[in-house]
Design a binder for this molecule. Structure first.
Ligand code: AMP
Length: 200
């Protein structure tokens, strides 16, 4: 499957082209069309398979269908580590480079104030680790009322890093009408059992 056949916004295709990608990887072939159709998905995918683009590109497309800069994020991507968060942030910037898409990355282990400041002007796509996101939410630095798509990236690692409580708290306050895209390297019983309250 070629990216050009997906009916993507030409500005996204330009971003993909700048990366030199032409053909979708297997995980991209499996999930991109359902995401573009607005479906929830659960996918087993390891790092290195192209999973970041598999969710980033359709999310940009979904957001581009309706240009509406919001104060609060329309897409929220949760991931377990700051390295992954930074990497996802770069992908979103790369594929969305020719669009007016504002994205920000927030993670724990650093002081919170600069992140609060970054969020103030508004953001379309927010990439975050769960603990820091919950802190920012508790301090009113971000609201979830406009979230249309939620990505749970590396769900198994988020659970093994003890983010379960934070995830459950976040899922209580993120609107239920959202789409949920879940990626996990392994589909352990913990991920699958843990999935139940995340479904809507
Ligand atoms: P990820 O699994 O998201 O960490 O991606 C692994 C690597 O594959 C990254 O360096 C991506 O830039 C690259 N990549 C993603 N999609 C494609 C594609 N369709 N063709 C070639 N490389 C890709």
């Amino acid at each position: 499957m070629k990216f050009i056949d997906l009916g993507l916004d030409p500005r996204i295709l330009e971003g993909i082209d700048a990366m030199g990608y032409e053909n979708a990887t297997p995980v991209q072939q499996q999930v991109m069309v359902p995401i573009l159709e607005g479906k929830d998905i659960i996918a087993a995918a390891q790092t290195g398979t192209g999973k970041t683009a598999a969710f980033s590109i359709p999310i940009l497309q979904l957001l581009s269908n309706q240009i509406r800069h919001s104060k609060n994020p329309r897409a929220l991507i949760l991931t377990p580590t700051r390295e992954l968060a930074a990497q996802i942030g770069e992908s979103v910037t790369t594929y969305g480079k020719y669009m007016q898409m504002r994205s920000t990355v927030v993670f724990g282990g650093v002081i919170i104030n600069p992140q609060m400041k970054k969020l103030r002007p508004g953001v379309d796509v927010l990439v975050a680790t769960p603990g820091r996101l919950l802190d920012l939410f508790s301090q009113n630095a971000v609201k979830f009322n406009q979230v249309e798509v939620l990505v749970l990236d590396e769900a198994d690692r988020m659970l093994s890093l003890d983010f379960e409580q934070e995830l459950n708290e976040l899922l209580q306050v993120i609107p239920e009408e959202r789409k949920t895209l879940l990626f996990s390297a392994t589909m352990t019983s913990k991920v699958q059992n843990g999935l139940t309250p995340w479904k809507h």
